[in-house]
Design a protein around this ligand. Structure first.
Ligand code: VGL
Ligand code: ZN
Length: 203
């Protein structure tokens, strides 16, 4: 079965949000039309407790700096996607009734999670893999925010876990902390075996 996986299409990653990705909102109509074409659509939701370890405000360090967070290198972000806040909600135009199940990530205070499968310790996992294996899913189509973080790490883990993995590239937008981050992310995914396509192949 083919599954569409929508990564973190949340207010805080859209213009006006605290970790806004340029044009992040522009992918919403595409997500809505693609979900009609898939038998199953799943979503990930960045879902941090207040005072999360990835927040610069928790460390008195500037946003964008790198720290050691309990043994893992961690970029510090503005407070974002705090549980039960508006910023953590899916974009209002996203047709949530078309999403079969949501997998929350980044829920542990001391550890961040870019991937929809594993937390950044590469050990603690969400239920996404179990769910997909239970449904005998082999082909994953991924789009969402942000290309150079959560989309990339989700796609790389999907390959490692044995899924035929495709990223719908016009359905993604990147943070681009450093210029070129998005292009490097695309290359890294391709080298790992991720197929990169344009949505016109599916519509
Ligand atoms: C993300 C940074 C921090 C993402 C989440 O969804 O790409 N990026 N948390
Ligand atoms: Zn986050």
């Amino acid at each position: 079965m083919d599954v569409l996986l929508l990564v973190d299409i949340q207010n805080d990653f859209c213009p006006g949000g605290s970790l806004a990705v340029s044009e992040g909102d522009l992918i919403v109509p595409l997500a809505n039309s693609l979900m009609q074409r898939f038998e199953m659509t799943l979503a990930t939701q960045d879902w941090h407790p207040a005072g999360h370890g990835s927040f610069a405000s928790s460390h008195e360090e500037p946003v964008g700096s790198m720290i050691d967070l309990f043994g893992i290198q961690q970029i510090l972000w503005p407070d974002h996607c705090v549980q039960n806040t508006l910023g953590a909600d899916f974009h209002v135009d996203l047709q949530q009734q078309g999403v079969h199940k949501v997998f929350k990530k980044g829920i542990h205070q001391r550890i961040d999670s870019y991937s929809g499968f594993f937390e950044n310790d590469h050990f603690t996992h969400t239920q996404l893999d179990n769910y997909l294996k239970g449904k005998k899913v082999t082909n994953l189509f991924i789009m969402g925010l942000a290309t150079d973080y959560c989309v990339k790490f989700t796609a790389l883990d999907a390959i490692k876990l044995g899924y035929n993995t495709t990223v719908i590239i016009d359905g993604c937008r990147g943070v681009e902390l450093s210029p070129g981050d998005m292009d490097r992310a695309i290359e890294e995914m391709q080298v790992a075996g991720v197929r990169i396509i344009h949505s016109s192949k599916l519509l």
